[in-house]
Design a protein around this ligand. Structure first.
Ligand code: SF4
Length: 247
């Protein structure tokens, strides 16, 4: 790594664990494991509602975002301050997908704010990317899942099922060159796998979603708790980069 790059990473607080230590093999496109098609029906929740997945699949950006902001397809609408559709370049090469909005995201209506968002920005910078430039950030569910204790929780299978048609439409509209699933909820949801699947069993294999290379890595919030796994995350990101530009 050249000194400028190394200094930049160190200034970002990523330290030497982000040094490139050799790239994983570039996945051959024809060997990718493609995710199953998403179920096109909404699981819905109590009393939910009228927006059908078939309708969502034909929406333009403006209609899609307006529909998400007013959506009542699942019970997560009941406690939200803001739905969080996503943010970024609508022609992005890179799509980063997280689990769902947390408390700060719910209050601000933006995905990945706060410390985890800062780390995601740093991860993008290490790839010579920036938020909003060639990148789009979205979540599997667009409204904050809140536990009985008032804290963030993972979305339930019903909530994921209800909200996935929105993400699928975003993917259709963006047609990114690579999707990066951040954490096991994002990865498992895109791959149609049960919630108890382990992230370790999903990482490091060539996969795709709708024909688009799908890279799987750790959620930035997890990396904040366990920074020693940043080196593994960096390898995942390098593999994602290899999938689109042959580095
Ligand atoms: S999480 Fe998704 S499906 Fe549920 S209310 Fe929000 S936008 Fe609608």
């Amino acid at each position: 790594m050249n000194p400028d790059k190394l200094r930049k990473l160190e200034q970002m607080g990523l330290g030497p664990v982000w040094q490139r230590r050799g790239l994983p093999d570039t996945p051959a496109q024809d060997s990718l494991i493609d995710a199953p098609a998403l179920a096109d029906d909404a699981a819905g929740g109590p009393g939910h509602d009228p927006v059908l997945a078939d309708d969502i699949s034909g929406m333009d950006w403006e209609t899609l975002e307006a529909t998400i902001r007013q959506c009542t397809r699942c019970r997560l609408c009941e406690d939200r301050h803001h739905a969080v559709p996503g943010t970024g370049d609508r022609n992005a090469r890179w799509l980063f997908v997280g689990e769902g909005p947390g408390r700060n995201e719910d209050l601000q209506g933006e995905p990945f704010v706060g410390p985890a968002g800062k780390l995601l920005d740093n991860m993008m910078r290490a790839l010579d990317l920036a938020r909003g430039e060639q990148t789009y950030i979205a979540n599997v569910v667009k409204c904050r899942p809140v536990g009985a204790d008032g804290r963030d929780r993972p979305p339930s299978a019903d909530e994921v099922s209800a909200c996935l048609p929105y993400l699928k439409r975003q993917i259709d509209l963006i047609r990114p060159q690579v999707i990066v699933a951040l954490g096991k909820t994002a990865a498992g949801s895109l791959l149609g796998l049960p919630g108890d699947v382990s992230l370790g069993s999903l990482r490091g294999q060539p996969r795709s979603f709708a024909g688009i290379p799908l890279a799987i890595t750790y959620h930035p919030a997890y990396l904040l708790r366990k920074p020693t796994d940043k080196a593994r995350a960096w390898r995942d990101l390098c593999a994602a980069r290899s999938a689109i530009d042959g580095h």
